[in-house]
Design a binder for this molecule. Sequence first.
Ligand SMILES: NC(=O)c1ccc[n+]([C@@H]2O[C@H](COP(=O)([O-])OP(=O)(O)OC[C@H]3O[C@@H](n4cnc5c(N)ncnc54)[C@H](O)[C@@H]3O)[C@@H](O)[C@H]2O)c1
Length: 420
Amino acid sequence: MAVDAVIIGLGYVGLPLAQEATRAGRKVLGFDINQHVVDELNAGRSHIDDLSDADVAQMVAGGFEATTDESRLGEAAAAVICVPTPLSQDGGPDLRAVEAAVDAVARQLRPGMLVVLESTTYPGTTDEVVRPRLEAGGLVAGVDFYLAFSPERIDPGNAKFGAKNTPKVVGGHTPACAEAAAEFYGVFVEQVVRAKGTREAETAKLLENTYRHINIALVNEMARFCHELGIDLWDVINAAKSKPFGFQAFYPGPGVGGHCIPIDPNYLSHNVRARLGYPFRFVELAQEINSQMPAYVVQRVQDLLNEDGKPLKGSAVLLLGVTYKPNIADQRESPAVPLARQLLAKGANVQYHDPHVPSWGPLGGQAVRVEDPTAGVAEADLTVLVQNHREYDVDLLAKTATRFFDTRGVAPEGAKVHRL
Ligand SMILES: NC(=O)c1ccc[n+]([C@@H]2O[C@H](COP(=O)([O-])OP(=O)(O)OC[C@H]3O[C@@H](n4cnc5c(N)ncnc54)[C@H](O)[C@@H]3O)[C@@H](O)[C@H]2O)c1
């Protein structure tokens, strides 16, 4: 059977996409440079939260196959690139994985092929970085092959919206490229939205994440002064969100995490500064406010311990939930890391519990894992609820704790329970 699509990069983004395409009856090949990931998938085992082993086994039964063999890219009618785009030293995206993946496609490019970039990046990447590399062999985008950008909007852990029912934006290098991409996704995605071009599709993704980043910064800044003024911000947000139009609720927290929100807006501000010479002030301010939240939590922890006549140095501080969002195992950019590091730097005895994190790599053994959270909160001088996983009985934990600092606004009020 000919291959309908090769998905390049089988992570949080690529694998759910491969699953939907396979479910729709497409013959899908997965390409990754990580041999271990490929072997696990072929054996029917998943390495990401949103897919179970049974899901992967079902994909394999449906014809999905993973490979590290680059020569097989040429078998596919479409190539979709979902490789990581971390931040580089200078604050822009590190495009090395994208470039490597594009070069691999370029070596196997055939006339009529559709190439789509899904990795989040700055506006212009598809046209200025991807297109020249693909055209190096002589084939021309929009003439000999189709080229498009389609931003990935996956929300790991979201039970309601997945790859199939989240509308898919596509922007083509030419209108025919957009049509080819829309036709491709239309088979397994409920709604396809056409952007004017690749730059508009790239920027749409950055606008979405910048919007979130800025609104989180807004409530984080408010959290600080509402605390000083004795105003319950959680109650404020609850009241405000009753407005059926013109308002969307965002909540404060100990900082922003994940691969997207703390990182993607930088692609835009870095690009605006590099090309136009002036700052994207909203992004830079949001970055400043959100990145200060772990230090603010440390300050509040210190103040609460002070009420009990305890110094932070030598006190046992238990962190509950160290992933970047609830109910998943992904720890990328989690604010729990700077929070723990700052507590350790001030001499606290840092402990942690997380049902999804059996050993906390970034803290290299400096934070001791507590096996039983209920016993842990009773023994610690202070507990910080960093991430509210569904496994936590927050009422019980807050009641049992010596002091409980709730950064998520979910614990019932009490003399020893405090909110961000
Ligand atoms: N995770 C999310 O929630 C999310 C949401 C929206 C957008 N994105 C964007 O999607 C892109 C991919 O992110 P992810 O979370 O899936 O990353 P990931 O780290 O989960 O997976 C990426 C995979 O790509 C593989 N890879 C790296 N270089 C490769 C290459 N040259 N050829 C083939 N495979 C290669 C890696 O081995 C890994 O398995 C990023 O640009 C990210 O910004 C991620």
